[in-house]
Write a protein that binds this ligand. Structure first.
Ligand code: NDP
Length: 433
């Protein structure tokens, strides 16, 4: 804490992981306590911070803070998204980069952990302003990334439009047409099914978790938060599998739609118009719109937080339990506070941590990297099938690891230990670096 002041989210993420590693460390003290392994694991290899000046539509110069946290490259090149949101600080990106290291390890693919972004808010900006910002951001970032060193992707506030502008500027500066970013458009090296991957992957993971516990997603009522990339495709896949998803939310309000969220309308409002959820309500008169926070007050069997960190707190968890919810599957990164996670687990609910259940996005990004290296494009079905297999494998690994350490059905411990062991072994093999 003294070394990283004012970074509460980073402290929270480290505490959550370290508190569950004890059984693995005690079993192999000699390996996992040597040469300050844990200190190195919790310290980023490199942090790049830079100024991002750009000119708005009024001709005024604006300045934002840009970052790239290259957290851990023990098992592969740094890989992780870029977040553009006014709340972004170095602490946020360190927490995300730390989590990413374990998540990427869990995918079974050769990718290290990184994260980046800026305190820039794309909301309400014109396309030209977003382009000017992305170009300026890349004017510094390009010298630190590359197809074999660090491959950023999207995250909150960074979707197809932003990735396109970033890619164009990288190409202009370096003259290289390479897979340096993922989440690219299909006309310039993107992968089919990447857009859907995190949301679909979450539901594939959820299905596997329910199956192990003798349940089925069909017919279940699900509360989802968020209305962005992860939420939209989680809702779509859950409904394809016969569930009834009744909520979604954005940063200003939330929707309760008893008939089930209409994904076509949601995509039109969020992906096409980039509008607020009040527009969804206008198009679906049976739905309710509420200002502020509140999706967790709804009666549901399963809750899928898919918006942002710490959006599900202890009071929310208590409401979910009172309303009969038996499962929480995280789509966002660290959306549940530590106290809420502990409460949920103590009440015997099934709980999947984001680093396992939302790993489908980065796994599919790694599939995009493979296609770029091979100069090939796989079909939607091929990518989706691989994603499904990867999510089943992650679940099996997490579940087996939990059992092996006497913590059956504790998927938090299972995910943290399984992710840790591979990275720790690779770090030890590579010496003190
Ligand atoms: P988007 O920007 O597409 O959507 C985010 C959604 O969450 C929006 O509806 C947004 O509302 C809402 N939101 C964001 N910040 C807040 C906040 N502070 N309070 C309330 N609501 C908020 O992002 P993604 O869907 O890509 O990401 C969502 C989560 O999933 C993040 O935690 C991200 O790190 C994680 N994730 C994403 C992956 C991906 O592939 N995209 C992969 C793995 C994890 P509004 O529209 O009003 O901004």
């Amino acid at each position: 804490v003294a070394q990283n002041p004012a970074q509460p989210e980073f402290h929270q993420a480290v505490k959550e992981v370290l508190s569950t590693l004890r059984p693995a460390i005690e079993e192999n003290e000699k390996e996992y306590r040597r040469e300050a392994l844990l200190e190195r694991l919790t310290t980023p290899e490199r942090v790049i911070m830079f100024r991002v000046p750009w000119v708005d539509d009024k001709g005024q110069v604006q300045v934002n803070n840009g970052y790239r946290v290259q957290f851990n490259s023990a098992i592969g090149p740094y890989k992780g998204g870029l977040r553009f949101h006014p709340s972004v600080t170095l602490g946020t990106l360190k927490f995300l980069g730390f989590e990413q290291t374990f998540k990427n390890s869990l995918t079974g693919l050769p990718i290290g952990g990184g994260k980046g972004g800026a305190d820039f808010d794309p909301k309400g900006k014109s396309d030209r302003e977003v382009m000017a910002f992305c170009q300026s951001f890349m004017d510094e970032l390009y010298r630190h990334i590359g197809a074999d060193t660090d491959v950023p992707a999207g995250d909150i506030g960074v979707g197809g439009r932003e990735i396109g502008y970033l890619y164009g500027e990288y190409k202009r500066l370096t003259g290289r047409y390479e897979g340096v970013l993922t989440g690219k458009g299909l006309s310039y090296g993107g992968s089919l099914a990447r857009t859907q991957a995190t949301g679909y992957g979450l539901i594939y993971f959820l299905e596997a978790m329910l199956k192990e516990n003798g349940r089925d997603i069909k017919g279940q009522t699900i509360a989802v938060s968020g209305a962005g990339n992860v939420a939209i495709y989680a809702i779509e896949k859950a409904q394809q599998l016969g569930a009834n998803v009744v909520t979604c939310s954005d940063s200003t309000g939330w929707i309760y739609d008893p008939d089930g969220i209409d994904v076509t309308t949601l995509k039109e409002v969020k992906e096409v118009h980039r509008a607020r959820l009040t527009e969804y309500k206008e198009k679906r008169p049976n739905a309710e719109y509420h200002v502020g926070k509140g999706v967790w007050s709804v009666k549901c069997d399963i809750a899928c937080p898919c918006a942002t960190q710490n959006e599900l707190n202890l009071d929310d968890a208590k409401m979910l339990v009172e309303n009969g919810c038996y499962c929480v599957a995280e789509g966002a990164n660290m959306p549940t506070t530590l106290e809420a996670t502990q409460f949920i687990q103590s009440k015997g609910l099934l709980f999947s941590p984001g680093k396992a259940s939302n790993a489908g996005g980065v796994a599919t990004s790694a599939l995009e990297m493979s296609q770029n290296s091979e100069r090939l494009s796989w079909t939607f079905e091929e990518v989706d099938e691989k994603l499904h297999r990867i999510m089943n494998n992650i679940f099996a690994n997490v579940s087996e690891t939990a059992k092996r350490y006497g913590r059956e059905r504790d998927y938090v411990t299972g995910a943290n230990i399984a992710g840790f062991v591979k990275v720790a072994d690779a770090m030890n093999a590579q010496g003190i670096v």
